[in-house]
Design a protein around this ligand. Structure first.
Ligand code: MN
Length: 323
């Protein structure tokens, strides 16, 4: 398929590059590093070769979210966003931008998002899970201190991409002795799905019904779990014990979008289409952690209708980001 738009596509600046070093074996690091720092070379060649018209670029992970020194987190976010704006300006027909945000300081994050959207033309933000102001406290965005930040996101009317990071060491005890379960194998999805459910149950979307949250990796497992979340013990007739007013699936279906990043499997896509609908699924690759050819070669011939392929590959992203 030609004209695809992909939106979980990462780059790094020298300050954040090493955050990605642990995610591949040492002898692949040289290649990953080269991929992360490149915008207009190999990346653009692959886009041309595999029918991707536009990539919406975002900083690697966890980057800003893991910088406990708040002034430094603010500075690195700003530096990364300025660098990205400069690269996108060279090829505005091919590259658009998601803002990195220092959510350790919700007020500073709101100002940076306003700057990125209003002055730099960014189409939204991609945030790498919880933020931290120290080594042990994960700050999730359903906490009351984030309410004003969400008002700004709602007012700017731009999507918020909730991207994974690994849990902090003291929250990773279930994985002890099983390091293979960290990262994209399992821990990323677990961490991000719970964060998304916290947002849904918190009542955030009752306050701001127009907020749009994007999840990668085919919804981090949530489509597959959605029925059970609302229907466990259905014979027990009590109201759900969370602050939100509606069923969790109502928020998932009305406030969330998911992408195919890093999850190139037709069976899983069809399940997601049956739960959230093809209007809310968007093609993505997760370059440079996944290969563009693996994503595109699968998606271009996946056994879905051509109408759905056009929506997921292109037109959903065009409407969501006003491209
Ligand atoms: Mn990613």
């Amino acid at each position: 398929m030609q004209g695809k738009i992909a939106l979980e596509e990462h780059f790094a600046i020298p300050d954040t590059l090493m955050d990605s070093a642990g995610f591949v074996p040492g002898h692949y690091w040289e290649e990953l590093q080269k991929r992360l720092l490149d915008i207009h070379g190999q990346r653009l060649d692959l886009m041309d070769k595999h029918g991707i018209e536009t990539m919406i670029l975002s900083l690697n992970a966890p980057a800003v979210q893991a910088i406990a020194d708040v002034p430094r987190a603010i500075e690195i976010a700003r530096r990364a966003n300025d660098a990205l704006a400069e690269e996108c300006a060279k090829r505005p027909d091919r590259f658009r931008a998601f803002a990195a945000l220092p959510l350790q300081d919700p007020e500073a994050a709101a100002r940076e998002l306003e700057r990125c959207v209003n002055e730099l033309g960014f189409v939204g933000t991609l945030v790498n899970g919880f933020s931290q102001r120290d080594a042990t406290t994960p700050l999730y965005y359903d906490l009351p201190e984030y309410l004003d930040f969400w008002s700004v996101v709602a007012k700017l009317n731009v999507p918020f991409y909730l991207h994974p990071r690994n849990p902090l060491p003291q929250d990773s005890r279930i994985y002890e002795g099983h390091p293979w379960l960290m990262g994209p194998t399992w821990a990323f999805a677990q961490e991000t799905a719970v964060h998304a459910l916290r947002l849904m149950g918190s009542g955030l979307f009752d306050k701001h019904p127009n907020l749009r949250i994007i999840l990668g990796h085919m919804g981090e497992g949530l489509p597959y779990m959605m029925w059970r979340i609302d229907n466990r013990n259905a014979w027990v007739k009590v109201a759900p014990n969370y602050p939100a007013k509606r069923r969790i699936a109502d928020y998932f279906n009305e406030n969330f979008y998911i992408t195919t990043s890093g999850h190139f499997r037709t069976q899983t896509l069809v399940d997601a289409m049956l739960e959230i609908g093809s209007d809310r699924i968007l093609f993505s690759t997760d370059w440079p952690f996944e290969n563009v050819d693996h994503a595109a070669d699968w998606f271009d011939v996946a056994t879905i209708s051509e109408a759905d392929r056009q929506k997921i590959g292109r037109t959903n992203a065009k409407s969501l980001f006003n491209l």
